[in-house]
Design a protein around this ligand. Structure first.
Ligand code: HEC
Length: 143
């Protein structure tokens, strides 16, 4: 049998003696740092289902009603500029004529509640009904 080198036993004992000190210092110093990291991760990773109160909290609190252009550019534009998924294009009279025949109030309520591939409030859960309505008017301007 191979005998342990006497020095390896010294190192082993030293390591055992140092271990609790290392652990202790890790626990005492990591506390506040970890708290900071955890709160930062939570802020970003706090995912909510659309329409939940927390989703609204993530969007900067509006300082007042957004303009029609702001609402359009921040949400509706994604689909209505290109006509993605069959969305009627921005200020395209031909695309809107059959829809307008349903009446403006129907268009408003369909934009607010969603219809087909059009998500409720056009993916702007923090938008008020009025903000959605003025965005619809903005899309229809000149038609
Ligand atoms: C994810 C893509 C998408 C976004 C974002 C989007 N829309 Fe739409 N929208 C559609 C599609 C697709 C349709 C056609 C739905 C259908 O008739 O099946 C549509 C239809 C509409 C209609 C016509 C509804 C009707 O009854 O014919 C209005 C009005 C409308 N959108 C307003 C808006 C407004 C206002 C916004 C932004 C706040 C918005 N949309 C954002 C995809 C989108």
């Amino acid at each position: 049998m191979k005998k342990c080198h006497p020095m390896s036993r010294v190192r082993y004992v030293l390591a055992l003696a140092l271990m609790p000190m290392l652990l202790l210092s890790a626990v005492t110093t990591a506390g506040p740092v970890e708290d900071g990291i955890i709160s930062r991760i939570q802020a970003v990773g706090d995912i909510c289902i659309e329409g939940q109160a927390c989703a609204e909290a993530l969007v900067a609190a509006p300082t007042g009603p957004r303009s029609a252009e702001e609402v359009y550019n921040s949400g509706c534009m994604a689909c209505h500029t290109s006509g993605a998924a069959g969305a009627p294009k921005f200020r395209d009279a031909a695309a809107w004529s059959t829809r307008l025949a349903k009446g403006l109030d129907t268009l408003y309520s369909n934009a607010i509640n969603g219809i087909g591939a059009m998500p409720a409030k056009g993916l702007c859960p923090s938008c008020s009904d009025e903000e959605i309505e003025i965005a619809v008017d903005y899309m229809l301007e000149g038609i």
